[in-house]
Design a protein around this ligand. Structure first.
Ligand code: TEU
Ligand code: CA
Length: 580
């Protein structure tokens, strides 16, 4: 049973039953628990068709319980043609054929709740699939009553209405022959953007959300929710490469907070939900609005500044390492700026990011544990992405034919086709940064296809499954899995829970190029977190204020040697002490 930091309270209780200690420190279940993200297509295939499914997820609830998980976020499971693997929804109230039936979903939800696991759904309402009935009608004629559910514009001088570029390459405008107009799509041309200025669209979305809440789900992760209000007049933006990236013109738009406050009034406020906005382009100032402690919008948001630190000058397709001092500065900014005024989320991995152990670490289990320690002792809700808890790594993709991700494939075609990038060099960058690195099948054991499927997997399995897999790690007390299990238990159910969840944060040694060290303080308890994010041994000067003689080791990935003023740190060593 999940516990709050001070007392055990069942999930059945609503937030209102938990004593509020002032708005900014109100105790909430979604502040005190870790969220595990499942990408259903790649998690577990129960019927041998090579694609993960809902019954596969249900068969693994015991594994998640063993890890200590009480909150699951499912990437989209709704009916979809899978142009963008479910982020193109054709029917919000039906389950994707490959994933099973609504009865399978109901069974999963019921069994998860019986095991004290909440389920958060992925809400994709910035756009639908072009196969959604709304768009089929909207595109059928200029005077169809659903025409204004989407964003249609006349050609300008025979061309696209503006210079915006899609996140998946090309223009954001697709010409529609039937009615002789362009429609807007910030992602693929099969993902037309909804027109949120239309109150009928908001009514449809809020009705659908209510339908899912009445089924008993426990929250929403809101896909690119910062993009639903576009800049007035859709003006040209600054060009980078072939187009003006649409994110410069559609994020944090003029009405986004109005729309979310309306959503909150009409739906969210009526249930005990966790809501997390995937707010592309969000700044700290905007996050204070989206995730304010007055509860008028969302519980929290995902920011993307830290995972953009290793972007190239024009796009993400490079292999430049991430600067640790820059990472320290950015994560500290978010910790300090949001403290007391908004709730933070903590992630390095998700289905859109390469594997963090390959990006920040050296693929070793020790580096995986070190990276996890950095994140899991901060203030905010931590997210664990499927396989991250095993130390799953990037995949050795070969040719472009090995990829399935529309973003990677389109980028390769556009950039090599325009002669902007040399194929071999670009493939190396795609291999390092592609979203498919996170989408290779979950590695359950060392049987064929890593135990993910008895059929032909929809995407290649990482060959290192023979050594990196759940079965091996459940049996090894020194595994990455067991390290994550301990981190999760320390936050959710230990004598340190209160200071981990609600304590204040302060960075130490900002100038140190490899050691990420910080403190957490609450009610006279201080945690000292020291992580050597490098493959070299280092010494770290411990502040004079630290009294080692009272130190108690909370966790770490190597047996701690001598506690001295100049602390000797092994490569990738992480350690956390409690100081009186
Ligand atoms: O991602 C939006 C988004 O910001 C990502 O496309 C990100 O810009 C890119 O992946 C980083 O390289 C959300 C979903 O998480 C993603 O899977 C979908 O493809 C996208 O929206 C469209 O729904
Ligand atoms: Ca299947």
């Amino acid at each position: 049973m999940a516990r709050s930091c001070k007392e055990k309270h069942s999930f059945a209780g609503s937030a209102a039953e938990v004593p509020l200690e002032g708005r900014s420190t109100a105790r909430q279940w979604w502040k005190e628990n870790v969220v595990y993200q499942i990408y259903p297509r790649s998690f577990c295939d129960s019927n041998g068709d090579g694609v993960g499914d809902l019954n596969g997820i249900r068969s693994k609830l015991g594994y998640l319980k063993e890890l200590g998980i009480h909150i699951l976020w499912l990437s989209p499971v709704y009916k979809s043609p899978n142009d963008d693997n479910g982020y193109d929804i054709a029917d919000y109230r039906a389950i994707m054929d490959e994933f099973g039936t609504m009865e399978d979903f109901d069974a999963l939800l019921a069994e998860a709740h019986q095991m004290d696991i909440k389920i958060v759904m992925d809400l994709v309402v910035n756009h639908t699939s072009d196969e959604h009935q709304w768009f089929v009608e909207s595109r059928s004629s200029r005077d169809n009553d659903k025409r204004d559910y989407y964003i249609w514009r006349e050609a300008v001088d025979g061309h696209e209405p503006n210079n915006w570029g899609s996140c998946f390459s090309g223009s954001v405008w697709e010409w529609d022959e039937t009615t002789g107009m362009y429609y807007l799509h910030c992602f693929s041309k099969k993902q037309p953007d909804l027109n949120w200025e239309n109150p009928k669209v908001r009514d449809e979305v809020f009705d659908m959300m209510t339908w899912w809440c009445d089924k008993g789900i426990d929250g929403f992760r809101m896909d690119v929710i910062s993009m639903i209000s576009k800049k007035e007049g859709l003006p040209d933006g600054p060009v980078e490469g072939l187009y003006s990236p649409c994110v410069y013109s559609v994020c944090n738009g003029p009405h986004v907070h109005e729309y979310l406050q309306e959503m909150n009034r009409r739906v969210l406020s009526k249930y005990d939900l966790m809501t997390v906005g995937e707010t592309a382009g969000v700044t700290v100032e905007e996050a204070k609005k989206y995730a304010n402690t007055d509860g008028t919008e969302l519980s929290m948001v995902f920011q993307f500044e830290h995972v953009g630190l290793d972007d190239g000058p024009v796009d993400k397709w490079c292999t430049d390492p991430m600067s640790i001092p820059a990472l320290k500065e950015n994560l500290t900014k978010w910790e300090k700026e949001l403290e007391g005024v908004a709730w933070n989320s903590l992630f390095f991995c998700n289905h859109d990011q390469p594997r963090v152990v390959s990006r920040l670490g050296d693929n070793s289990p020790q580096s995986a544990k070190c990276i996890a320690t950095v994140l899991h002792f901060m203030q905010g809700t931590p997210y664990v992405y499927q396989g991250e808890e095993l130390g799953m790594t990037n995949c050795p993709f070969g040719s472009i034919e090995d990829y399935r991700d529309i973003e990677s494939i389109n980028a390769y075609r556009e950039l090599t086709g325009a002669g902007l990038r040399e194929p071999k060099e670009l493939l190396e960058c795609i291999a390092y940064k592609s979203r498919d690195n996170a989408r290779t099948p979950m590695q359950w054991d060392d049987t064929p296809n890593a135990g993910f499927t008895t059929g032909q997997p929809w995407i290649m399995v990482n060959p290192n499954y023979t050594t990196i897999n759940a079965a091996a790690e459940l049996a090894d007390p020194n595994s990455v899995f067991c390290y994550y299990k301990n981190l999760i238990a320390l936050r959710q159910d230990s004598k340190w829970s209160d200071v981990i969840v609600y304590g204040s944060y302060d960075l130490l040694a900002p100038e140190d190029e490899a050691v990420f060290a910080y403190t957490r303080r609450k009610d006279g308890v201080t945690l000292l977190v020291v992580c050597n994010l490098s493959a070299q041994a280092r010494t770290f000067p411990i502040p004079e204020t630290v009294q080692w003689d009272s130190a108690e080791l909370v966790t770490g990935n190597v047996p701690q040697a001598e506690l001295t003023r100049q602390l000797a740190l092994a490569p990738w060593q992480a350690a956390v002490w409690a100081l009186a």
